[in-house]
Design a protein around this ligand. Sequence first.
Ligand code: GRF
Length: 207
Amino acid sequence: MSKIFQIVVFASGNGSNFKKIHQEILASNINGNIGILISNNKQCGAVDYATEHGIKCVILDKKNEISENTFMQILEGYLPDLIILAGYLKLIPASVIRKYKHKIINIHPALLPSFGGKGMYGSNVHKAVLASKQITSGATVHFVDEKYDHGQIIDQQEVQVFPDDTAELLARRVLEVEHLLYPRVVKACCEDRIIWEGDAPRIIPSK
Ligand code: GRF
């Protein structure tokens, strides 16, 4: 059996992607271990789930501001092979992004490079997709770099946009594919199945 990937998760909201990934780990479908959940919101679904499942949490809220150094030390304590952002609403310090280059991934609820960047989160994304009369939307998993929603795209999954869609309906449909896409990409990362073709990452099939 190959080595177990040590994973750190960052989440601020419901944590449904975090839960899906954790459930795939519990089912032995992903060769990983979530050592810690880092959140800026002590009252959220992600923290509740972590607490119920014995996953250690660190809360970085306003009362608990920490320096970039301390942030780095917390991460280093877990020797992460992979850092997963799953609805984390704060910026990751640039020094952390540099140190863990190509080890930090994020999921975005649209087909990047469209509908990403500052302000493009939550229902804003789906409203923008509907306003520009797209016929498809979807979800994207990408590496994290210093700009919002900008790093190299690892994989995407599309959904159809219907003429009578609302932002809520579209969000729900996109979230359903996120729950398939994100565990699939995390699994590939934990099996070293991301290869590089120049500057473009690609998932190769399992043997
Ligand atoms: C997802 O839509 C994800 O694309 C975005 O934040 C949301 C998190 O949802 N980055 P959840 O907390 O995992 O349910």
